[in-house]
Ligand binder design. Structure first.
Ligand SMILES: [Zn+2]
Length: 81
């Protein structure tokens, strides 16, 4: 199990939490998007924030694999034949 596995997930939407994209409040974990949606539903960049949180999850998944394999920046390494 990679040590960075497990930032948990958002208690509101269930998205995987990534470093810098979540916060804890009264024992619950929120992604940045759900937090802002809750605190400031009129936020003009709400949609962009959602996309950023989702993109971070995809990046994090790739990083998880590449860190398992070594310092490769671009996801799973090719299969050697
Ligand atoms: Zn959320």
């Amino acid at each position: 199990m990679p040590k960075f596995y497990g930032f948990g997930s958002c208690s509101a939407c269930g998205i995987a939490c990534t470093p810098g994209n979540f916060l804890d409040h009264q024992g619950k974990r929120f992604c940045t998007y759900c937090w802002i949606e809750r605190e400031n539903p009129e936020h003009p960049e709400l949609k962009a924030i959602r996309e950023k949180v989702e993109a971070a999850v995809e990046e994090w998944k790739c990083a998880k694999w590449s860190r398992d394999e070594g310092p490769l920046p671009l996801g799973p390494r090719p299969v050697k034949k």
